[in-house]
Every structure is written in structure tokens, then in C-alpha cells.
Design a protein around this ligand. Structure first.
Ligand SMILES: C[S@@+](CC[C@H](N)C(=O)[O-])C[C@H]1O[C@@H](n2cnc3c(N)ncnc32)[C@H](O)[C@@H]1O
Length: 265
């Protein structure tokens, strides 16, 4: 395999930062070298520079390259306290309109379907909807398939697992499928958190968990300000318990719990 030069790597680092806000460390260099090398040879190219130029001129290859960068670790009912908060919110919800919830860095959909299970166990199907978005088109495809390895179901509370998960048979042995009816209220699409997207609509609650960690302060602030376009006074923002918004100086967010913020006037 051909080595990537420091200069070539720097060019990719700058492009990736501009596109998705992720700052790559030097430690990632050998990992990316092998991933980029595969794409480079796939296109019959002979240098990383040529592959970089292809990413600039070909949008779909650029997105393919960005798919190689993201870390997509996730699981069902990650950080259980947030689902307790969600349950309480839904039980007390007396608004006339549908409750809309956004899983804004959804990965393969475990977070969005966990949210959906809680919603459906409390509200009628016509009173809630969930949107899952991610920059990575591969994970969005997987999320739409709603098919997961069976061990992933262990984190789902038993009564929800029994109601919403179907154990695979035959060629789906060792897997489980999310109930089709539940999935009707869950949509997935690609979206870049670096850009505001008013077309997504307005949400009661936005889950933005385990993604801020990849961004520097300027990008974190930009991402939160973009999300505020899709929130109103009284909406909630939930980040991971391992993250914080310290020092971002966002005046219309009031912290109501360690990792939960409310939009105030
Ligand atoms: C570690 S996963 C978090 C999944 C889920 N929220 C959770 O907490 O389990 C982070 C996700 O953020 C996505 N991501 C990274 N940069 C992004 C960006 N600029 N816009 C949208 N999604 C992004 C990645 O593709 C990845 O799937």
C-alpha cells in the first residue's frame, strides 16, 4: 500500500473539517490511509492527491469518503435517564399538536427506535413522530432496514422488547426486526449538522448525543445554533451525560438537568 504524505493528509484533514466539522488527529492517519487507499484503487487512481481532487469534483465520492470518517457507535436505550425524562415529558404532554422528536446524530437508528418505543407505549400513534438524521448515508440505510443483531435487543426493556421486536428466523436467525407499525412513525434522512435546516420542521425534543464530542468549541456552538432553528420556547435539547455546553455562551438555553436544556425566551 502506498503511504499518504503529511501534505496529502493535511489536505484531507482540512476538507473533512470544512465539510463535517470533525477534527482528525494524527493518530488516525494510518487508519485513513488504508481506507482512502481502497477508494483510490477502486477508481484506478495512483495518488492520494488524485483521490482528493476526485472528492472535490464528485459530490457522491466526497460523501463516500466522509462515510469513512464517522464513528457510529450506538445502542438501544443508551443513557437510560434520558428515556425516563422522555417518558415523564410524554405523560404530562397536554398539547394539541403531535409530539415531534429528532434524533439528530442517529447513526444506525437505535436511538430513534428507542425513542419511538417510549412514545408509542404512552401516546396513540397519530400523536407522535420521530425523525432520525445523520451525515453518514450508510448508517441511514441501515436504520431504514430496522434489522439488528439479536444481542442488541438485550438493552431494550423487556416489555418494550416483547411488544416491538420480532426475533428473526431462517436467514434472519440471530437478528431481530423492529415492528413495522412502530417504524411507520419513524423517518430517516441524511443531514449535516453544520448547516441549518429549517425544512426539517420544529421539534419538541432534540436528542444530540455523543456527537458534540467530535467537534471543537466553534463548531459546537455553530451546531447548537443551527438546531435552535428547529426549536421553540419550551423545546428541550438532550446531549450526552459525558458532554457539556460549557463556554459556548448560548443565552436562550437554560440547563434543567446535567445534560438537558430547555429553550427559554
Ligand atoms: C457516536 S454516534 C452517536 C449515535 C447516537 N446519537 C448515540 O448517542 O448512541 C455519532 C454520529 O454522529 C454522526 N455525525 C458526525 N458528524 C456529523 C455531522 N456533521 N452531521 C450529522 N451527523 C454527524 C456520525 O455519522 C455518527 O453516526
Amino acid at each position: 500500500m502506498q503511504n499518504i504524505t503529511a501534505h496529502e493528509y493535511e489536505k484531507f484533514v482540512a476538507l473533512i473539517y470544512d465539510e463535517i466539522g470533525i477534527t482528525l488527529s494524527e493518530q488516525k492517519q494510518s487508519l485513513l490511509e488504508s481506507r482512502f487507499y481502497k477508494r483510490m484503487t477502486h477508481h484506478g487512481l495512483h495518488s492520494y492527491d488524485a483521490y482528493y481532487d476526485l472528492c472535490l469534483s464528485d459530490y457522491s465520492e466526497k460523501m463516500e469518503m466522509l462515510n469513512l470518517i464517522t464513528t457510529n457507535e450506538t445502542y438501544f436505550f443508551r443513557e437510560r435517564d434520558h428515556f425516563k425524562f422522555l417518558k415523564e415529558y410524554l405523560v404530562n404532554y397536554d398539547g394539541a399538536t403531535k409530539v415531534k422528536i429528532w434524533s439528530a446524530a442517529a447513526s444506525v437508528g437505535a436511538e430513534a427506535y428507542s425513542i419511538a418505543m417510549v412514545c408509542d407505549s404512552i401516546l396513540p400513534a397519530n400523536k407522535w413522530e420521530v425523525l432520525g438524521t445523520d451525515i453518514n448515508s450508510h448508517v441511514i440505510k441501515k436504520a431504514r432496514m430496522r434489522l439488528y443483531q439479536l444481542p442488541w435487543s438485550e438493552k431494550i426493556p423487556k416489555e418494550l422488547r416483547q411488544k416491538y421486536c420480532l426475533k428473526g428466523k431462517g436467514k434472519y436467525e440471530g437478528m431481530f426486526l423492529i415492528n413495522r407499525e412502530l417504524a411507520k412513525n419513524v423517518r430517516f434522512q441524511t443531514n449535516n449538522l453544520l448547516e441549518p435546516n429549517p425544512d426539517l420542521g420544529v421539534f419538541n425534543i432534540v436528542f444530540l448525543r455523543n456527537v458534540l464530542i467530535y467537534f471543537n468549541d466553534a463548531t459546537r456552538k455553530r451546531v447548537i445554533e443551527n438546531l435552535l432553528v428547529n426549536m421553540r420556547v419550551g423545546s428541550y435539547l438532550i446531549i450526552s451525560q459525558t458532554e457539556n455546553l460549557n463556554g459556548l455562551d448560548i443565552s436562550n438555553l437554560e440547563q434543567v438537568d446535567a445534560s438537558i436544556y430547555k429553550v427559554v425566551g
